[in-house]
Design a protein around this ligand. Sequence first.
Ligand code: ZN
Length: 189
Amino acid sequence: MQVNVVCPVCSQQHFFALLPGYGTLNCPRKNKAFDVLYAKTRAKNQHVNRQKSGVKVYQIRLLLPNRTEQLVQFQSKAQHFELRAGDSTIVAYYKGKPKVVQNCTIHQYMMAYDGCFIATAVYGSYGADEVLILRKFRDQQLAPYSLGRFLIGFYYVVSPPIAELIETFPFAKQPAKYVLDKIVRFIKP
Ligand SMILES: [Zn+2]
């Protein structure tokens, strides 16, 4: 079936012939491979609407062709994303992380919040220079190595509660910023 896929590599839309289940596609613009899961949604719920950052955590249960279920955890700033039982859904992964969730039934999609949670809470914006340096370090120096990927995974588990704490108790921002500033100065190219 020909499906319009929102590409997790370049964020444009490309047409692909897709079969239900897992598949690997190639972004024709950047010539990079990415993975997709094309399946029917069984159920969706969302929770943890973190007050200031507005990041929502979506949990989506997908029904694979072999009748097993796959749970996808997805963080996004999208506040109203509709996904009902039976909707055709595409989860697009890039470098192992889910980047786009697409509802093909009603042609709606949402992008992942690529959270450097603590850095964003400390520096106030995901686009801050310090956050860009940290993101670049993560993607170029950590992501290619298995120890680096382990550290990233660990960071994604521990950092949302810490970021929440920083947002709730602003006095924690100064010590966190002190530590992050040191790291940024150390890794700055
Ligand atoms: Zn693309």
